[in-house]
Design a protein around this ligand. Structure first.
Ligand code: SF4
Ligand code: SF4
Length: 94
């Protein structure tokens, strides 16, 4: 189980969630339309959920029906992008 970033992130991408995630599992680049949560690393702490200004983040079981495809969209991103497993301070994250 993991938290999932859904459609409202598109066009916002303010990185509030990236800054609070204790395990640095939220990633994305300037070229991406949104940010993504690595389901293999997420510890379900819910810290990101409450800081998102557009309510884009949901626990996997609570993702609204119309955004269910984002569960796969989040995990797929990590199959095609390299992310460092080492912890980095928020100032160095992207
Ligand atoms: S639930 Fe916690 S561990 Fe998972 S992405 Fe959000 S802040 Fe990170
Ligand atoms: S806090 Fe919300 S809008 Fe901002 S990057 Fe994270 S998911 Fe996207």
């Amino acid at each position: 189980m993991a938290y999932i970033i859904t459609e409202p992130c598109i066009g916002t991408k303010d990185q509030s969630c990236v800054d609070v995630c204790p395990v640095d599992c939220i990633h994305g680049s300037e070229d991406d339309e949104q940010y993504y949560i690595d389901p293999d690393t997420c510890i379900d702490c819910a810290a990101c959920e409450s800081v998102c200004p557009v309510n884009a983040i949901y626990f996997e079981d609570d993702v609204p029906e119309e955004w269910k495809s984002y569960t796969q969209k989040n995990s797929e991103w990590f199959k095609t992008h390299e992310t460092s497993g080492a912890f980095r301070p928020s100032s160095e994250r992207h």
